[in-house]
Design a protein around this ligand. Structure first.
Ligand code: 9D3
Length: 248
């Protein structure tokens, strides 16, 4: 199975469709590789004021998203599709998003993403209606829409036929799990900074080794946590040692 549709439950549907219409996601939608539908909880209210939020039991600041409009929107989103589906709500309390989590989601055929606003959603919606809860990480944003868009973007890039052959090959390359090497383009000289000689030389074996050394060195310097969960081969160990020696 491969993911074919995203459904986003959101109070700001135009925000999601507008942002997704650009670039890689926009092209994938145009080419019918994936579809994106939006569902507004406000359309599932029944009162004169179309109320989607209410005051928190126990008191305190802010408002909480009511259960019923969220529930009814999710029911409609799921009914619009048949096939393996998951409902994921985006919240600061969720599991931190990783590439591994996104790769797993590609196995589904439908992903329903629920974006919250205000202080959050009634916890019974999270418990009864959602299969998972995902977070972008330990910082505060104003609502789940940008998080849903990040999930859509990151998953769409993984789907067959979305990226070109060269870009697709890179995803599973031997440099996966490392930070990228530095890149340069014209001009050759900027103030006192020249492009590294090896890149000007045209020896492709040397260039490949230099790029690997830079990727390893930068990962060691900036994200040592990434190296802990990765076993380097003998050649990579040698390149990293060289990088560290050359710092002195
Ligand atoms: C400052 C408000 N906080 C009070 C303790 C709670 C809070 C409620 C709602 C914080 C953020 C939000 C809205 N955030 C999201 O919907 C959200 C989010 C995030 O804020 N950080 C990381 N990932 C995500 S995914 C959805």
């Amino acid at each position: 199975m491969v993911l074919t549709r995203f459904d986003v439950v959101t109070l700001f549907p135009e925000m999601v469709t507008a942002a997704a219409s650009y670039g890689v996601t926009g092209r994938a939608i145009e080419r019918n590789i994936v579809s994106l539908s939006v569902w507004n909880p406000r359309d599932y209210t029944h009162d004169r004021h179309r109320t989607v939020d209410d005051r928190p039991y126990g008191g305190g600041p802010g408002m909480v998203m009511k259960y019923q409009p969220l529930h009814d929107a999710v029911i409609d989103a799921k009914q619009a599709h048949s096939g393996a589906s998951k409902v994921v709500c985006l919240s600061p309390q969720g599991k931190p998003l990783t590439q591994a989590l996104l790769k797993e989601a590609c196995q589904l055929s439908q992903l329903v993403l629920v974006a919250g606003r205000y202080e959050g959603m009634d916890e019974r919606f999270v418990d009864l209606d959602c299969d998972e809860e995902w977070s972008l990480g330990d910082y505060v944003i104003s609502g789940g829409e940008l998080a849903a868009l990040i999930v859509i973007d990151a998953i769409t890039r993984l789907l067959p036929g979305v990226l070109g052959d060269a870009e697709s090959a890179q995803q599973d390359s031997y440099m996966a799990g490392l930070l990228d090497c530095p890149h340069y383009t014209r001009p050759e000289q900027i103030n006192d900074r020249a492009v590294p000689d090896v890149l000007m030389g045209g020896n492709h074996a040397d260039i490949t080794r230099w790029r690997m050394k830079q990727a390893l060195g930068r990962t060691w310097q900036r994200r040592p946590d990434l190296l802990k969960n990765k076993n380097l081969d003998a050649d990579q160990e040698k390149l990293l040692k060289e990088f560290i020696v050359e710092l002195n």
